[in-house]
Design a protein around this ligand. Structure first.
Ligand code: ADP
Length: 489
């Protein structure tokens, strides 16, 4: 067995390039690779979802199959394997739970996630036997994987192979917790007879909470930026978990997410019509802007400021501020593009503005990775006025492509965007503090004025944005410190 390295099983419901609905997918696609290049043996375990493209499914090899006990059920579980870059991915195969149109949002998501968690726990003994992988750490991510530490302690601790395993749990977004009826305790989880589990999952009024289980049962808790970690300890951001996080603050830390610098690279990105770097912004980035304007059907005058958003359309992302200010924003001499899907009221609202301002604004109601890259490359200003933002990757990707972010100072946005200082000229973007539509508009006006009236200052900001390092190396090192610390006792 590979014992000279720390063996980490990284459990995530999504991972690029297989499946992605948001930042979790990006993280699970990039962090394990960096951990592997820094001497860890990190393997990722994800569900084999229907939406995974066939090009990947066709390359998977079968490792083994077994049955997973889930209360009174015994469910089939196949384990498939695929290597991408430096990382080995395992796929949990169960067509009943995972071969569905929607990734999330099924009526039985609680049962699907419980199955996923139990299957991960169960797979550990099979991976040791059939794939020479002797797990030291399980690194579970978000509520989908939050029952892993619970099951591990309550059902598997007596098995010698499992006794040394430590658990790390990362909160990518505390808004999503997996709150269920407590009937699930006996019918699905099989935990009703265990007092400790009943109590630690219980949320009152006949409900249990999966995420709360992870917060009590994990050996270490992290979240995706230092600022979000401190925000989560107060009630405004904590979504009811602030008390537990304050209580467990000695094993709770914030580590800033990174982005995959090879994947998000304007010099090599195949999704772009033209590649560029910091030296050829005029010929390169400008050409991307012109091609993007052409692609979306706007006037191709590249002198006009192009404002963009690529985002889930939810309250979290500050969509209420955007909706409130669309007319005022579009009153300025700008073009604007929004790419995103999400809540129906925002989708309908954006369609209305698209109809009202056909020469200035285009809304695209789809999830399109390639197109998002062309927007990051072609835009001048990237809006991200989030109400809360655990880390946020959009602002980092935008900066990597030389597009200045305008963000609200919350969560990881505050940790990653250094606001423009008009006296020193320093900064890599723009930010405002209060969740207020006019504060956003005033900050936009500052950016707008700078763009048109002070080209050298704008250019300097672009350069410093592109030079900001959001690679995973430093953050991966911080995770490794946690793994080593946990294995030291
Ligand atoms: P969150 O995880 O909360 O959705 P992040 O900023 O952390 O927000 O990550 C969002 C990721 O999803 C980014 O890579 C962003 O480019 C991508 N994304 C969001 N919406 C779309 C879309 N409609 N099409 C393509 N990519 C999208």
């Amino acid at each position: 067995m590979s014992k000279e390295k720390v063996n980490v099983l990284f459990a995530s419901f999504e991972a690029t390039p297989f499946i992605k609905t948001g930042g979790l997918g990006d993280v699970a696609g990039a962090l394990p690779n960096t951990l592997n290049s820094q001497g860890i043996n990190c393997r990722v375990i994800v569900p084999k979802l229907k939406a995974i493209p066939d090009e990947f499914k066709n390359k998977m090899t079968h490792i083994t199959s077994f049955y997973v006990p889930l209360s009174w059920r015994n469910e089939f579980c196949g384990i498939e394997k695929l290597t991408m870059g430096k990382t080995i991915y395992y796929f949990i195969d169960n067509e009943y739970y995972f071969k569905r149109g929607e990734i999330y949002g099924s009526f039985d998501d609680g049962e699907r996630m419980a199955y996923y968690c139990k299957a991960v726990c169960e797979s550990i003994q099979y991976l040791a036997k059939y794939d020479d992988f002797d797990c030291d750490i399980i690194h579970a991510n978000d509520w989908h994987a939050s029952l892993i530490p619970v099951f591990l302690r309550e059902f598997y601790r007596q098995i010698p192979l499992y006794q040394k395993i430590k658990t790390v749990f990362t909160i990518h977004n505390i808004k999503y917790q997996g709150q269920m009826s407590d009937a699930v305790l006996s019918d699905v989880l099989g935990l009703a007879h265990i007092k400790a589990a009943r109590e630690q999952l219980y949320r009152g009024k006949g409900t249990i909470n999966f995420l709360q289980g992870a917060l009590y049962y994990s050996d270490w808790i992290t979240t995706v930026s230092p600022n979000y970690a401190s925000e989560l300890k107060n009630s405004f951001y904590g979504e009811g978990m602030d008390g537990i996080l304050r209580q467990r603050s000695d094993i709770f830390s914030g580590i800033l997410n990174g982005i995959d610098n090879d994947y998000f690279n304007p010099e090599t990105d195949k999704n772009l019509t033209c590649n560029y770097n910091i030296q050829d912004l005029i010929s390169g980035k400008k050409k991307c802007k012109e091609d993007l304007l052409k692609e979306v059907g706007l006037d191709t005058n590249t002198d006009i400021m192009l404002v963009a958003m690529v985002s889930r359309l939810t309250e979290q992302k500050g969509m209420d501020l955007i909706m409130r200010m669309m007319d005022e924003l579009l009153y300025h001499n700008i073009h604007m593009i929004i790419l995103g899907v999400g809540d129906k009221n925002y989708e309908m609202g954006l369609k209305y503005f698209d109809y009202k301002h056909p020469d200035k604004f285009k809304y695209f109601q789809k999830f399109d990775e390639g197109f998002s890259h062309r927007i990051y490359a072609g835009a001048d200003l990237f809006l991200m006025p989030s109400k809360f933002e655990p880390c946020g990757l959009g602002q980092m990707i935008a900066m990597r492509y030389g597009t200045l972010p305008l963000v609200r100072e919350t969560g990881g946005l505050k940790d990653s965007v250094n606001p423009y200082n008009q006296y020193t000229g320093e900064g890599n973007g723009f930010s405002f503090a209060n969740f207020n539509a006019h504060d956003m508009l005033f900050k936009f006006k500052e950016a707008y004025t700078l763009y048109y009236d002070n080209k050298p200052a704008w250019r300097k900001l672009i350069e410093s944005a592109m030079k900001t390092d959001f690679g995973w190396e430093k953050s991966a090192g911080e995770y490794i410190k946690i793994y080593n610390h946990l294995l030291s006792y």
